[in-house]
Design a protein around this ligand. Structure first.
Ligand code: ZN
Length: 299
Protein backbone atom coordinates (compact mmCIF):
# COMPACT_ATOMS: atom_id res chain seq x y z
CA UNK A 1 0.00 0.00 0.00
CA UNK A 2 2.74 2.44 1.10
CA UNK A 3 4.82 1.35 -1.80
CA UNK A 4 1.98 2.14 -4.21
CA UNK A 5 1.39 5.44 -2.48
CA UNK A 6 5.10 6.21 -2.71
CA UNK A 7 5.06 5.39 -6.44
CA UNK A 8 2.10 7.70 -6.97
CA UNK A 9 3.91 10.50 -5.15
CA UNK A 10 6.91 9.84 -7.37
CA UNK A 11 4.73 9.91 -10.44
CA UNK A 12 3.13 13.16 -9.27
CA UNK A 13 6.57 14.68 -8.61
CA UNK A 14 7.73 13.70 -12.09
CA UNK A 15 4.59 15.17 -13.66
CA UNK A 16 4.95 18.30 -11.55
CA UNK A 17 8.62 18.63 -12.43
CA UNK A 18 7.72 18.11 -16.06
CA UNK A 19 5.05 20.78 -15.83
CA UNK A 20 7.37 23.22 -14.06
CA UNK A 21 10.05 22.50 -16.66
CA UNK A 22 7.52 22.98 -19.44
CA UNK A 23 6.28 26.27 -17.99
CA UNK A 24 9.85 27.54 -17.54
CA UNK A 25 10.87 26.37 -21.01
CA UNK A 26 7.76 27.91 -22.56
CA UNK A 27 8.34 31.17 -20.69
CA UNK A 28 11.98 31.27 -21.76
CA UNK A 29 10.98 30.42 -25.31
CA UNK A 30 8.33 33.16 -25.32
CA UNK A 31 10.79 35.66 -23.87
CA UNK A 32 13.39 34.82 -26.49
CA UNK A 33 10.83 34.90 -29.30
CA UNK A 34 9.40 38.13 -27.93
CA UNK A 35 12.88 39.59 -27.63
CA UNK A 36 13.60 38.70 -31.24
CA UNK A 37 10.30 40.22 -32.33
CA UNK A 38 11.07 43.43 -30.40
CA UNK A 39 14.53 43.40 -31.94
CA UNK A 40 13.10 42.96 -35.42
CA UNK A 41 10.60 45.77 -34.88
CA UNK A 42 13.33 48.08 -33.58
CA UNK A 43 15.54 47.29 -36.55
CA UNK A 44 12.65 47.86 -38.92
CA UNK A 45 11.82 51.19 -37.28
CA UNK A 46 15.49 52.17 -37.42
CA UNK A 47 15.70 51.27 -41.13
CA UNK A 48 12.54 53.23 -41.81
CA UNK A 49 13.92 56.22 -39.90
CA UNK A 50 17.19 55.98 -41.83
CA UNK A 51 15.32 55.85 -45.16
CA UNK A 52 13.24 58.85 -44.09
CA UNK A 53 16.33 60.80 -43.06
CA UNK A 54 18.11 59.92 -46.33
CA UNK A 55 15.08 61.04 -48.32
CA UNK A 56 14.84 64.27 -46.34
CA UNK A 57 18.56 64.93 -46.83
CA UNK A 58 18.22 64.23 -50.55
CA UNK A 59 15.23 66.55 -50.79
CA UNK A 60 17.08 69.27 -48.85
CA UNK A 61 20.13 68.92 -51.10
CA UNK A 62 17.92 69.14 -54.22
CA UNK A 63 16.18 72.25 -52.84
CA UNK A 64 19.53 73.85 -52.01
CA UNK A 65 20.90 73.03 -55.48
CA UNK A 66 17.79 74.53 -57.12
CA UNK A 67 18.04 77.66 -54.97
CA UNK A 68 21.75 78.00 -55.83
CA UNK A 69 21.02 77.56 -59.54
CA UNK A 70 18.27 80.17 -59.30
CA UNK A 71 20.64 82.56 -57.52
CA UNK A 72 23.30 82.04 -60.22
CA UNK A 73 20.74 82.58 -62.97
CA UNK A 74 19.58 85.81 -61.35
CA UNK A 75 23.12 87.03 -60.86
CA UNK A 76 24.09 86.16 -64.41
CA UNK A 77 21.06 87.94 -65.91
CA UNK A 78 21.44 91.07 -63.80
CA UNK A 79 22.75 94.25 -65.35
CA UNK A 80 26.41 94.47 -64.33
CA UNK A 81 28.15 97.56 -65.73
CA UNK A 82 31.54 96.72 -67.20
CA UNK A 83 30.82 93.01 -67.61
CA UNK A 84 30.39 91.93 -71.24
CA UNK A 85 27.31 89.94 -72.24
CA UNK A 86 26.97 87.38 -75.02
CA UNK A 87 29.26 85.82 -77.58
CA UNK A 88 29.88 86.23 -81.30
CA UNK A 89 31.40 82.73 -81.63
CA UNK A 90 29.05 80.43 -83.51
CA UNK A 91 29.16 76.79 -82.47
CA UNK A 92 28.31 75.16 -85.81
CA UNK A 93 27.75 71.77 -84.18
CA UNK A 94 24.63 73.10 -82.52
CA UNK A 95 21.27 73.94 -84.03
CA UNK A 96 19.54 76.51 -81.88
CA UNK A 97 16.37 78.56 -82.11
CA UNK A 98 15.79 81.63 -79.98
CA UNK A 99 12.11 82.49 -80.03
CA UNK A 100 11.76 86.14 -79.05
CA UNK A 101 8.58 88.07 -78.27
CA UNK A 102 8.47 91.88 -78.22
CA UNK A 103 5.91 94.33 -76.86
CA UNK A 104 4.34 92.17 -74.12
CA UNK A 105 3.14 91.27 -71.65
CA UNK A 106 -0.36 91.30 -73.08
CA UNK A 107 -3.55 89.30 -73.02
CA UNK A 108 -1.79 86.80 -75.28
CA UNK A 109 1.20 86.10 -73.02
CA UNK A 110 -0.53 83.34 -71.07
CA UNK A 111 -1.48 81.52 -74.28
CA UNK A 112 2.09 81.81 -75.54
CA UNK A 113 3.40 80.44 -72.23
CA UNK A 114 1.00 77.48 -72.44
CA UNK A 115 2.21 76.60 -75.94
CA UNK A 116 5.85 76.90 -74.92
CA UNK A 117 5.19 74.61 -71.96
CA UNK A 118 3.37 72.08 -74.13
CA UNK A 119 6.32 71.85 -76.51
CA UNK A 120 8.93 72.22 -73.78
CA UNK A 121 10.46 75.23 -75.57
CA UNK A 122 12.19 78.16 -73.88
CA UNK A 123 11.88 81.72 -75.20
CA UNK A 124 12.76 85.34 -74.49
CA UNK A 125 10.33 88.18 -73.80
CA UNK A 126 11.44 91.77 -74.46
CA UNK A 127 8.91 93.65 -72.36
CA UNK A 128 7.40 97.12 -72.31
CA UNK A 129 5.72 98.90 -69.41
CA UNK A 130 2.52 99.54 -71.28
CA UNK A 131 0.05 96.92 -70.04
CA UNK A 132 0.08 97.17 -66.26
CA UNK A 133 -2.59 94.51 -65.75
CA UNK A 134 -0.45 91.84 -67.35
CA UNK A 135 2.76 92.57 -65.47
CA UNK A 136 2.45 89.43 -63.29
CA UNK A 137 2.99 87.51 -66.54
CA UNK A 138 6.59 88.74 -66.46
CA UNK A 139 7.24 86.75 -63.30
CA UNK A 140 5.25 83.80 -64.58
CA UNK A 141 7.40 83.67 -67.73
CA UNK A 142 10.62 84.04 -65.74
CA UNK A 143 9.62 81.33 -63.26
CA UNK A 144 8.85 79.00 -66.17
CA UNK A 145 12.48 79.31 -67.33
CA UNK A 146 12.07 81.96 -70.01
CA UNK A 147 14.28 85.03 -70.18
CA UNK A 148 13.05 88.56 -69.57
CA UNK A 149 14.68 91.31 -71.59
CA UNK A 150 13.82 95.01 -71.91
CA UNK A 151 12.26 96.60 -74.99
CA UNK A 152 11.26 100.06 -73.70
CA UNK A 153 8.74 101.47 -71.25
CA UNK A 154 6.71 103.64 -73.62
CA UNK A 155 7.55 102.20 -77.06
CA UNK A 156 7.04 105.75 -78.27
CA UNK A 157 9.65 106.38 -80.99
CA UNK A 158 9.26 110.16 -80.78
CA UNK A 159 10.17 110.03 -77.07
CA UNK A 160 12.81 107.33 -76.81
CA UNK A 161 14.74 108.39 -79.90
CA UNK A 162 14.57 112.12 -79.12
CA UNK A 163 17.92 111.90 -77.25
CA UNK A 164 20.21 109.31 -75.69
CA UNK A 165 19.20 110.58 -72.23
CA UNK A 166 15.54 110.14 -73.07
CA UNK A 167 16.23 106.60 -74.28
CA UNK A 168 18.03 105.49 -71.11
CA UNK A 169 15.51 107.23 -68.86
CA UNK A 170 12.80 105.19 -70.52
CA UNK A 171 14.92 102.03 -70.34
CA UNK A 172 15.46 102.57 -66.59
CA UNK A 173 11.71 102.79 -66.17
CA UNK A 174 11.04 99.45 -67.83
CA UNK A 175 14.01 98.04 -65.91
CA UNK A 176 12.16 98.94 -62.72
CA UNK A 177 9.03 97.17 -63.97
CA UNK A 178 11.12 94.03 -64.47
CA UNK A 179 12.75 94.43 -61.07
CA UNK A 180 9.37 94.68 -59.36
CA UNK A 181 8.42 91.34 -60.89
CA UNK A 182 11.61 89.29 -60.88
CA UNK A 183 13.85 91.09 -58.42
CA UNK A 184 16.51 92.44 -60.76
CA UNK A 185 17.13 94.57 -63.87
CA UNK A 186 17.98 92.29 -66.81
CA UNK A 187 20.99 93.04 -69.03
CA UNK A 188 19.30 91.94 -72.28
CA UNK A 189 17.59 94.54 -74.46
CA UNK A 190 16.00 94.94 -77.86
CA UNK A 191 15.66 98.37 -79.43
CA UNK A 192 12.16 99.21 -80.66
CA UNK A 193 12.44 98.83 -84.42
CA UNK A 194 15.76 96.99 -83.98
CA UNK A 195 19.23 98.56 -84.05
CA UNK A 196 18.89 98.90 -87.84
CA UNK A 197 15.78 101.10 -87.70
CA UNK A 198 15.69 104.29 -89.74
CA UNK A 199 12.59 105.72 -88.01
CA UNK A 200 14.87 107.17 -85.33
CA UNK A 201 16.48 109.39 -88.01
CA UNK A 202 13.32 111.45 -87.93
CA UNK A 203 13.99 112.38 -84.28
CA UNK A 204 17.79 112.34 -83.89
CA UNK A 205 20.36 111.82 -86.59
CA UNK A 206 22.94 109.12 -85.77
CA UNK A 207 21.27 108.11 -82.50
CA UNK A 208 21.36 104.34 -83.12
CA UNK A 209 25.14 104.39 -83.50
CA UNK A 210 25.39 106.17 -80.15
CA UNK A 211 22.79 104.09 -78.36
CA UNK A 212 24.24 100.74 -79.41
CA UNK A 213 27.67 101.75 -78.09
CA UNK A 214 26.36 103.29 -74.89
CA UNK A 215 24.11 100.33 -74.12
CA UNK A 216 27.02 97.90 -74.25
CA UNK A 217 29.17 100.27 -72.17
CA UNK A 218 26.46 100.35 -69.52
CA UNK A 219 26.49 96.55 -69.29
CA UNK A 220 23.51 95.75 -71.52
CA UNK A 221 23.61 93.63 -74.66
CA UNK A 222 21.15 94.22 -77.49
CA UNK A 223 19.69 91.52 -79.68
CA UNK A 224 18.27 91.95 -83.15
CA UNK A 225 17.14 88.91 -85.19
CA UNK A 226 17.96 87.01 -88.37
CA UNK A 227 14.44 85.76 -89.06
CA UNK A 228 11.34 87.93 -88.86
CA UNK A 229 7.98 86.23 -88.55
CA UNK A 230 6.48 89.26 -90.27
CA UNK A 231 3.89 89.62 -87.53
CA UNK A 232 4.85 93.26 -86.92
CA UNK A 233 2.51 94.07 -89.77
CA UNK A 234 -0.90 92.45 -90.16
CA UNK A 235 -0.20 88.84 -91.12
CA UNK A 236 -2.23 85.65 -91.35
CA UNK A 237 -1.27 82.49 -89.50
CA UNK A 238 -0.04 80.96 -92.78
CA UNK A 239 2.08 84.00 -93.63
CA UNK A 240 3.71 83.97 -90.19
CA UNK A 241 4.48 80.24 -90.47
CA UNK A 242 5.97 80.68 -93.94
CA UNK A 243 8.15 83.61 -92.92
CA UNK A 244 9.33 82.00 -89.67
CA UNK A 245 10.49 78.73 -91.15
CA UNK A 246 13.93 78.48 -92.74
CA UNK A 247 16.76 75.95 -92.67
CA UNK A 248 19.33 78.51 -93.80
CA UNK A 249 20.88 79.07 -90.38
CA UNK A 250 22.25 76.83 -87.64
CA UNK A 251 21.32 79.58 -85.15
CA UNK A 252 18.00 81.29 -85.58
CA UNK A 253 16.62 84.24 -83.68
CA UNK A 254 12.99 84.79 -84.65
CA UNK A 255 11.18 88.03 -84.04
CA UNK A 256 7.59 87.65 -82.86
CA UNK A 257 5.25 90.07 -81.15
CA UNK A 258 3.35 89.41 -77.94
CA UNK A 259 0.64 92.05 -78.27
CA UNK A 260 -3.11 92.01 -77.77
CA UNK A 261 -3.81 92.16 -81.50
CA UNK A 262 -1.39 89.39 -82.48
CA UNK A 263 -3.69 86.37 -82.30
CA UNK A 264 -2.31 84.93 -85.52
CA UNK A 265 1.15 84.81 -83.90
CA UNK A 266 -0.24 82.57 -81.17
CA UNK A 267 -2.01 80.42 -83.77
CA UNK A 268 1.15 80.04 -85.85
CA UNK A 269 3.46 79.26 -82.93
CA UNK A 270 2.84 75.49 -82.55
CA UNK A 271 3.56 74.89 -86.26
CA UNK A 272 6.75 76.94 -86.14
CA UNK A 273 7.98 75.10 -83.04
CA UNK A 274 7.19 71.68 -84.57
CA UNK A 275 9.02 72.63 -87.78
CA UNK A 276 12.26 73.38 -85.92
CA UNK A 277 11.87 70.45 -83.53
CA UNK A 278 11.55 68.09 -86.50
CA UNK A 279 14.77 69.54 -87.94
CA UNK A 280 16.55 68.80 -84.65
CA UNK A 281 16.84 72.35 -83.36
CA UNK A 282 17.00 73.10 -79.66
CA UNK A 283 14.99 75.99 -78.19
CA UNK A 284 16.92 78.25 -75.88
CA UNK A 285 16.13 81.39 -73.95
CA UNK A 286 18.74 84.12 -74.25
CA UNK A 287 21.35 84.00 -71.50
CA UNK A 288 24.73 85.56 -70.88
CA UNK A 289 26.45 82.96 -73.08
CA UNK A 290 24.05 83.30 -76.03
CA UNK A 291 25.06 84.24 -79.54
CA UNK A 292 24.61 87.95 -80.26
CA UNK A 293 22.52 88.85 -83.30
CA UNK A 294 23.28 92.41 -84.45
CA UNK A 295 21.92 94.28 -87.44
CA UNK A 296 23.79 96.84 -89.42
CA UNK A 297 23.30 100.34 -88.03
CA UNK A 298 21.47 102.59 -90.48
CA UNK A 299 21.21 105.71 -88.38
ZN1 ZN B 1 8.32 96.66 -80.40
Amino acid sequence: MNKRKGRRYNTNAVVLCGLVFFVIAATVFCMVANGREVDREAKKAEAQQQARSAKEAEQKAAEEAAAKEEEERKESFTLQPGVAVGTTEVNEEEKVVYLTFDDGPSKNTERILDILEEYDAKATFFITGQQKDYRPMIKKAYDAGHTIGLHSYSHDYSKIYSSTDAFFEDLDKVGQVAEEQIGFVPCFIRFPGGASNTVSKKYTKGIMGELTEMAVEKGYQYYDWNVSSGDGAKATKEEIIKQSETDKYSHVMILFHDAATKDTTVEALPDVIKYYQDLGYEFRAVDRESLIFHHQINN
